[in-house]
Design a protein around this ligand. Structure first.
Ligand code: ZN
Length: 317
């Protein structure tokens, strides 16, 4: 039978300041704002999607910016670090860029003997990394302020902290088509698809505190499935495994089911399509506030109440 899970789809996190969030991800990192919409479950809050040119699965980092929300805490039972992929020759470029725009970063370190990684955080303390590598065949994207040979190509991996790796690993390998592909020390790397953008690292951190939700933390991790048929099969499989998935929800750009993995992280399974060009042209992604049909009648009020979002790409050259 074909795989039901094909890799990572997106990561969704929580921010405390909309414009700072937009400036950091589009300006400093050069990701494309591919969709400006609202939280479908709470339309008075934005849902901002950043990714590569088309917002392909494996490149999409999304945010709910709740103005002034208190900070959360990294810890066990949480996805604490999202890692982006860049070419190995770009390390000097990015270190200089971080210094130029006052992004605090840690000294480069080696991982699995083959990867060089730099850890940094956004203004809310969200854990991020760049991994410098030469086996990612995807194209990078930037608005032009970052030379394409240094641009981010999408995710490389995500990092989940757990008391022990076994129960989450059991779900990933048992129900979700993942295999253990590397381990070193307390890091266990799984993938449904052994390519950059799809690695799920579980870190055993028994001595850390449990994570607490708030700004600067990840809300959920979404995995990709091909279409609604594979999603329905996945839902059935999760039900049989007592993981209590939600009904299939329409998110306009994909459909989704949600469930909590045994270590406490909220997982989603999202369809790869129809994608972000379903309601605006590829050339104009992210330019207008897009609302699902059920909120169109509230558009004028939402446009008044949501803070304005402006791209300041010129300030990040
Ligand atoms: Zn999601």
């Amino acid at each position: 039978m074909a795989q039901l899970i094909t890799g990572i789809h997106h990561v969704t996190a929580i921010a405390a300041d909309t414009q700072k969030n937009v400036d950091f991800y589009t300006g400093v990192l050069g990701l494309r704002l591919v969709k400006k919409t609202v939280n479908f479950d709470a339309p008075d809050v934005y849902h901002l999607y950043y990714g590569d040119e088309a917002g392909n699965p494996g490149s999409i980092l999304t945010f709910f910016p709740y103005t002034g929300l208190v900070r959360g805490r990294h810890g066990k039972g949480m996805l604490n670090t999202t890692t982006f992929s860049v070419p190995s020759a770009s390390i000097g470029y990015w270190e200089e860029r971080f210094r130029k725009f006052n992004v605090k970063y840690k000294p480069a370190e080696e991982r699995f003997g083959t990867e060089v990684v730099i850890y940094f955080e956004d203004a809310d303390g969200l854990g991020l990394e760049l991994v410098f590598n030469d086996h990612d065949k995807r194209f990078g994207y930037s608005y032009g302020q970052i030379p394409l040979e240094h641009a981010i190509k999408g995710f490389y991996n995500v990092e989940i902290w757990q008391e022990g790796y076994e129960r989450t690993a059991g779900l990933l390998t048992g129900q979700m088509d993942h295999q253990l592909i590397a381990e070193k020390g307390n890091r266990f790397r799984f993938a449904a698809n052994d390519s950059p953008g799809n690695y799920v690292d579980i870190l055993c951190t028994p001595d850390s505190l449990r994570g607490l939700g708030g700004s600067g933390t990840v809300h959920h991790l979404a995995f990709a499935t091909t279409d609604k048929e594979s999603q329905t099969t996945m839902q059935k499989k999760l039900l049989e495994g007592s993981f209590n998935p939600t009904p299939i929800l329409d998110r306009n750009y994909f459909t989704s089911i949600y469930f909590r993995e045994p270590g406490g992280v909220l997982f989603e399974v999202a369809t790869s399509g129809p994608g972000f060009d379903v309601d605006e042209d590829l050339a104009h992604l992210g330019e207008l506030l897009k609302l699902p049909a059920q909120y169109e009648s509230r558009r004028s009020r939402l446009e008044q109440e949501l803070p304005p979002v402006t791209l300041h790409i010129d300030q990040y050259k």
